[in-house]
Design a protein around this ligand. Sequence first.
Ligand SMILES: Nc1ncnc2c1ncn2[C@@H]1O[C@H](COP(=O)(O)OP(=O)(O)OP(=O)(O)O)[C@@H](O)[C@H]1O
Ligand SMILES: [Mg+2]
Length: 596
Amino acid sequence: MIWKSIIGKLWATIIALVTIVLLFLTVLLLQFFENNNIQQVEHQMEKIGGKAAYMLQSSGDQKAALSAVSEIANVYDSGSAVVSRDHFWLSPSGYNHLPKLDRRFFESNPILKKALSGNQIVKTQGSFPVNRDGRHVQEKMIIVGVPARTADGRGAVYVFQSLRIIQNTMDQSKKLISISAGIAIILTTFFAFFLSTRIGAPLRRMRTAAIQVAHGNFDINVPVVTRDEVGELAVAFNKMRKKLKENMTALSQEKEQLSGILENMADGVLMLDEQGNIRASNPPANRFVRSWHFENDDNPSRSVNHTPDLLIDLFEKVAKQESPQIQETGVQGRFWVIIMTPLYDRRKVRGAVAVLRDMTEERHIDELKKGFIANVSHELRTPIAMMQGYSEAIIDDIAQTDQEKKDMAQIILDESKRMGRLVNELLDLARMEAGHFQLEKKDIPLVDFFEHAVYKFSKLAKESGIALSMDTDIRKDERFELDPDRIEQVMTNLIDNAIRHTRKGGSVSVGVYHVNQQIRVSVRDTGTGISPKDLPFVFERFYKEDKARTRGKSGTGLGLSIARHIVEAHGGEISVNSKKGQGTTFLFTLPDAAGK
Ligand SMILES: Nc1ncnc2c1ncn2[C@@H]1O[C@H](COP(=O)(O)OP(=O)(O)OP(=O)(O)O)[C@@H](O)[C@H]1O
Ligand SMILES: [Mg+2]
């Protein structure tokens, strides 16, 4: 709507103002003209009356004087009447169409009467009842009466004029004034429209620009056309837009940086609002929330936006004490530490930020460290105690025969070898874990190599009553690049384990195959097997299923851990399958480095 715009309002105001002023002026002017006109006419008529009275007095020829009076009055569109004691004379109406007045008319009017009796000039104007063409009508007239001395004594000359004539002049002036006012209004309309458009156009442009800015388009510039306040407004607007753009860019960059940091953080971050609802979170935090719902909720499909009760409780504590709180919790086998800090809105807590750290690895390493020291001490203490005991026995001559002494010395030798082996294995492992571990790869005939590794155990297998066999689909002359000493170490441990954990009458079979550009080696036994709960841990150092660490059959528990390091250093993988009581299969792969 045009009336709602500034242009419309400005336009309407200017037109209304000009119209009111013009109307006022017109009314005042008309009034002034009317008054002035009537005054002039009255003055004129008075002068005519005066002249007529003088002529009647001084002229000897009454008739000629009367006709002269009538002529003069006629010139001024007026009629005249002379009233004396015996006579009444009225000028002919002529082309002025003046009404026919009679003697009674003048004598009955209280004001006009005064000119006859009171020797006084009278003036009156108004509506008078007259006889026009035999009909009684009201006629607006100005009448001036002047006392005169006529031939038959005192009398009066009356000059009268119809107001219609004045009205006609007035109408002319009115028409003129109205036309001028109309022209003025039309001109004003154009001028006002032009003015308001000139003021309004830049404002309209600014409005469009402001709407654009509100919609996030900061590239729009308002042209500065004028040097007035509107121009200054445009300059200010452009400055504001530029500053806003800079701030918004900085803000969005900061937001991007922050979200980038959050997204790529290893720690989980959650932001809670006043009600404890999750307002922002990153992937690790989502993982935590999902796991928590899975473990603790009847409804495991709850979305990651649903705050876990645990965090709500912690948030209530944070809000109450207005200080950071720390809580540790275990979810789905992982260990989390949650640190929640309050966020303030001036003095009020408006939410909280929770940092969730997955400390499972650290916990595990801590436990491993503790376990490692305990294990090493335990593994060393036993041989040392034995060596100590048997050495004392020899010194104290407890052994009676030479054979007994030899046996004791043999035990001491075995235990020291065992200690040496343990220390060597530990050193190996330490080197491997530290990364100071170099493979010495050689191109070797594959089948010969594995046959030799198996053959080493044939004597032990026979003694234990176990059938040891090897199967392969590889050609006899095929060669392969690997570190023979290290792979032999792996094979030795796997076959040794298999024989040690298989009862008499069982079997251990080794398979070496070429599958998908890989050498796949399996060691299968029909032994005791490993229970499912121990299965995931057999590759950890010092891990032994036999928790009592009974001597004899049991080794140090480092073999598989070393084997895994060696296989992985070759770029392969080692895995295990087992069923308690039915047997175990260890399988490792070696990628074909030459791509054969
Ligand atoms: N073939 C198997 N059958 C049953 N259990 C096995 C088998 N191989 C390994 N294990 C279990 O896994 C554990 C770890 O084996 P690993 O080779 O690492 O240590 P170890 O043989 O006890 O000692 P080391 O090899 O250092 O002399 C063993 O103690 C055993 O309990
Ligand atoms: Mg072993």
